[in-house]
Every structure is written in C-alpha cells, then in structure tokens.
Design a protein around this ligand. Structure first.
Ligand code: CA
Ligand code: CA
Ligand code: CA
Ligand code: CA
Length: 479
C-alpha cells in the first residue's frame, strides 16, 4: 500500500484540485470480492444472524490451520466473515461493492428476474452491516489495531442471474439443471450475487439483468469470429441463443448523490473466462460483459435496462466502474484482451493504478505451489487476487476505474506485507483447512480516492489559473 511516488502525486493533485474546486469531496470507492458466497441456499443468511456472528471468538488470529484446530466448519465460516468485515473496516471506503454475496429476497434465499427497488437491501446485506461491520474488530490478542465499526446509511442489493434456472441444457451435458445451465453460474439460486454499501445517498438504479446477449451489436454470441466447430453457433441452439443473457450476475448503474453531484457507480462481476470447453463460451461472454461498460460510458444507444429505459450514459457524466472483471491486462485467460480495451477507453482515468507490496511478496514467496508468476507481464504490485501459483498465478482482476473527468488522489490494495500485523487477515494461498482456502478471500480489496467536484462551476474569476490547472490535468493523464 505504501508508495511514495503515489503519495507525492496525491499531494500535488490535492493541491491543484484544491485550487480548482474549493468544495471537492474526496470519496473512497472500493471493490472487494469477499467470498461471502456459501455452499448451500440460506447458509449466508444463517451466518449473518446476530446469534451466529456473536458465537465465535474473533479476537485472535485466524490465518493458519493451527489457529483453527478443533473448530467446526460453521465456526470457520463465521471467522472468515469476521475477517472480511475487519478488512472492510480498515479500508473504510465511502462506496463499496462486495462481489460474491448470496442474494435473498427479504430473508428468503434465492433470486429472480425481478429488478430490486432502488432502496432494496437484502436481509443478509443488512445483517452483515448490523452484526459484523458495526462490531469493532482487531485489538486484544490479535496484535492489530482496533478496527472501528463502520455503518453505511445506504445500500442496494441487485437481483442476480446466478443460479437462476434457464430451462435449457446450456452446457450440453445431456441434462437440464445445475449451475452450468443457469443464466449465470451458481449451484443454487442467488449464489455469487453482489451488494453495494454507500455513505452517500443512492438516488437511482438501472440494472441490466435481463438484457439479452444477442442484442449487443457485434456480440461474440451471434457474431463469433471463431471458425469451425468451436463457433458458438455450433454450441448453442437457436432457442438458447434467443434467451441467453449477457450479464452472468447483473450490470448495475448506481446513481449516487455526492453532496449534490451525480456519480454513477457501475457495478458488475463478469464470468470467469474458464470452466468451459474449446468453444470458450465463458471467455467470449466475459469479453462482452466487460465491453458493455465501455459502450455504456460511450453513450451507446443499444442497451435497455430492467426498468424500461434505454441507452448509455450522458456525455460528461462522472462515473466509477468497479468489480471483479476476471481479466488481467496481460496474464491468465481471456478472449481478445477485453480489459485492455476497457482501460484504453479515453473516458477512463488510468493515471494511477492501485498497488501493494503484499502482492509483490506473494508473487515471489518461496513457498508458492508453482512458478506461474515468474512468467507474468503485469507487475506483481498490481495483482489483486492470490490464485494458484501453478496456474494461473496471481492476477490483476479487480478494478476501480473512475472517469477521466475527475482526479484520482490516491489508491491502494489491501494486501499487507508478511511483516504487517494485518497480514493474518489476508494470509497466504492456500490453506484448505480454512473455509475459503484463505483467512478472508482469494481476492483483495481495491480502493481509489476520487475528487468529486462540487455541483456549482468555478466562477470565471481566475482564468489564467484555470487554464494552468487544465493543462496540468491533460499532461498528467498521459503519464
Ligand atoms: Ca446441462
Ligand atoms: Ca444446448
Ligand atoms: Ca498465489
Ligand atoms: Ca500476476
């Protein structure tokens, strides 16, 4: 997390931003694939209950098999959730996307195609706040500083395609049913959904759960460039192609009111480009799921939302794209390098890339189970996920990408070094005795601090200064 160049840059930026916009609001946006999915329908709701949350002693380390000797599977699940909560408290984001959070409808586990209301927070999401995030962590015998309770006044939990039965044999297994035949992979309805927490009011929501893959111009479903048997037209039936949804979970535009300025928090969790066959159906879907946001911020007209609206963002909108996009700019599996295409969209501010020293340490750990990291092109300081080091190795897959019309004041990844007292919260790949194979998640929390300008334009009192600041901004974004 420590990066003196970043800090210096942040100082320069906050000085310049301060001159240009006296009333900027610094907002920390974060994304965290927290592995708060569970193994069976209803398990997350149960784990999030007050009685369960309070039933384990989370005042000590939980990073190795020795730490949890004698604990039940249920207790391990609960401790994992407490570690996730402590990470969220330490990151202390203002706006947070949590990927991999099982969906429920007012306490009934499962999902549907019905869009969630703007103020809808699932019961599990509410319980996680009340029983985990609002309980102090750390301190005591953990060796860590106390992590203060955190509360989010606004939440939104979108419905999800994961585990939602399609009625078709989408994986051509010869039978209909199971996770691979759902509209998005999930072993039960709602598994691997996501939820949003915010300190700023959520004013509106547009979701794209029901948007059909075939309706994206140039999509890789009906326009697959693959020759021969592996063309998707030879894998899916015409009836299947007519109903396949683009989003494996959901694509959700959350409109935030940041002290009077509208900010669009663009959330998604594209499918991993693996777990398929030579036809690479998941790789192609991953690519189009990522491209959707690029088209959306470009103001494309083709998309229709679940609420009845059409088209992408208005020109000049302020946005922050967030989520686990399951694609590294250089390494791992992907079809046609989709994330690089997104990062090259000139409407996105890529002047600062979140980094960590913990990621560097993890990539070069002598105890790793393989050496895939040694062949990677993306610098290890940018990795956000600790995967098997045999394959694919650690990757940069989690992103917080502000629009180019706002300044980035700082950024980081919660991946403490081995020497840090916070290290036990993320641990080391892979410890099968722990619930998630790690103390919290294979993915790390990623955050970016953004200067959101005040809604009132700067009065034209200092034109020379404004020109100077504008020129500085242009030069910086080309770094
Ligand atoms: Ca099947
Ligand atoms: Ca089929
Ligand atoms: Ca690893
Ligand atoms: Ca890597």
């Amino acid at each position: 997390m420590k990066n003196t160049r970043l800090q210096a840059l942040a100082l320069i930026m906050s000085a310049s931003a301060g001159m240009a916009h006296a009333a900027d609001t610094t907002v920390r946006f974060a994304t965290f694939n927290a592995s708060l999915n569970r193994n069976a329908l209803g398990d997350l709701l149960f784990d999030m209950s007050s009685a369960q949350a309070a039933s384990v002693d989370f005042s000590r380390a939980y990073a190795s098999a020795a730490d949890i000797a004698g604990l039940s599977t249920q207790q391990k699940e609960l401790l994992q959730a407490h570690n996730v909560a402590e990470i969220i408290q330490r990151v202390d984001a203002d706006v947070l996307l949590v990927n991999e959070f099982d969906f429920d409808s007012n306490g009934v586990a499962g999902t549907s195609s019905t869009p969630s209301a703007v103020d809808y927070s699932s019961t599990a999401a509410q319980r996680f706040q009340d029983n985990y995030l609002f309980v102090a962590h750390g301190g005591g015998t953990t060796g860590r500083q106390v992590a203060n309770p955190i509360t989010y006044a606004y939440r939104h939990t979108p419905s999800t395609n994961t585990g939602l039965a399609s009625g078709f044999d989408l994986d051509n297994s010869g039978a209909v049913g199971g996770g691979n035949d759902a509209f998005g992979f999930g072993n039960f309805a709602g598994q691997f959904g996501f939820t949003i927490y915010s300190k700023f009011e959520i004013k509106g929501v547009r979701s794209f759960q029901n948007f059909l893959w075939k309706d994206m111009p140039g999509n890789l479903l009906t326009n697959d460039p693959t020759l021969g048997a592996n063309n998707l037209a030879n894998f899916y039936s015409a009836d299947e192609m007519a109903v396949l949804r683009l989003s494996s979970k959901n694509h959700v535009d959350i409109t935030l009111d940041v002290n009077g300025t509208e900010v669009h928090f663009l959330t998604a969790h594209p499918t991993p480009p693996v777990f398929d066959g030579a036809e690479d159906r998941n790789g192609k879907r991953n690519a189009d799921e990522i491209r959707f946001w690029s088209d959306y911020v470009n103001g494309a007209s083709y998309m229709y939302d679940d609420q009845g609206g059409t088209g992408g963002l208005a020109s000049g909108s302020i946005f922050v794209i967030a989520g686990d996009y399951n694609a590294d700019p250089n390494d791992g599996d992907a079809f046609q390098d989709p994330i690089e295409a997104l990062l090259q969209n000139p409407l996105i501010n890529v002047s600062v890339t979140p980094a960590s020293q913990g990621g560097v340490d993890a990539a070069t750990d002598p105890n790793n189970n393989g050496n895939a990291n040694a062949g990677h092109l993306t610098p290890a300081q940018f990795d956000t996920a600790d995967f098997s080091d045999a394959a694919p190795g650690n990757l940069r897959v989690d992103y917080v990408l502000p629009s180019a019309n706002v300044d980035i004041l700082g950024a980081g990844i919660f991946w403490p070094t081995e020497a840090s007292p916070d290290r036990p919260l993320v641990g080391e790949f892979n410890q099968p005795a722990l619930f998630a194979g790690l103390p919290s998640s294979d993915h790390k929390a990623v955050f970016v601090d953004v200067a959101i300008p005040a809604p009132v334009p700067v009065p034209p009192a200092l034109p020379l200064l404004a020109v100077a600041v504008a020129g500085f901004g242009l030069a910086r974004r080309r770094v």
